[in-house]
Design a protein around this ligand. Structure first.
Ligand SMILES: O=CN(O)C[C@@H](CC1CCCC1)C(=O)N1NCCC[C@H]1C(=O)Nc1ccccn1
Ligand code: NI
Length: 183
């Protein structure tokens, strides 16, 4: 069972690696890992289990977060119309995306980041993701809203990208630009 002690934190080198493609058909070991990642999401969203095992609730998890540098993600999230998106994928890839951008209005967090990092994280508003399921089926899914944001956050982890890498440097009008001479 995956618990918080298995989740590596920022500073651990694996979070900055580019994860390797999973050789298909996936090995039993890789299928077990991906299933355990999905089980973690279910457990973390169950108040009793989360409380019992001290789990931080998660709507997504990427294999590098449990120190497995392989291209595997699990997503368990409902959209604004209460549709549940439950996907565990090998080698997920964004094959197309909207020009339009979006963001979570309260910014993002990460189970591998034990601090609040304020700021908006720009994400594509709509994406099409292709990947392979635990059963070995190649699928293509069109996503928008919160599910689209979650998938982008997870696929970033496979490329060693953390959410705060995408927070724009402040465009705060009251922030006087620092003259180059002082940079
Ligand atoms: O890589 C995967 N992770 O780091 C787990 C993250 C993934 C989400 C962060 C933003 C988009 C994907 C995660 O789920 N969280 N991050 C820490 C706080 C708790 C939780 C969260 O944001 N929950 C949530 C968000 C919106 C609506 C409902 N619940
Ligand atoms: Ni994360």
């Amino acid at each position: 069972m995956i618990t918080m002690k298995d989740v590596i934190k920022e500073g651990h080198p694996t979070l900055r690696k580019v994860a390797k493609e999973v050789t298909l058909p996936a090995s039993q070991e890789d299928r077990d890992i991906l299933q355990k990642m999905m089980d973690f999401l279910h457990n973390s969203q169950d108040p009793e289990i989360a409380e019992k095992f001290g789990l931080r609730p998660g709507v997504g998890l990427a294999a590098p977060q449990i120190n497995v540098a392989k291209r595997m993600i699990a997503v368990l999230v409902s959209d604004q119309n209460e549709n549940l998106y439950e996907y565990a994928l090998f080698n997920p890839k964004i094959v197309s995306h909207s020009v339009e951008m979006t963001q979570l209005e309260n910014g993002e967090g990460c189970l591998s980041v034990d601090r609040d990092v304020p700021g908006l994280v720009p994400r594509y508003a709509r994406i099409t993701v292709q990947g392979t399921t635990i059963e070995g089926e190649q699928i293509s899914i069109r996503l928008r809203g919160l599910p689209a944001i979650v998938f982008q956050h997870e696929i970033d982890h496979l490329n060693g990208v953390m959410f705060y890498d995408r927070i724009e440097e402040s465009k705060d009008p009251f922030m006087k630009p620092v003259p180059d001479a002082f940079r």
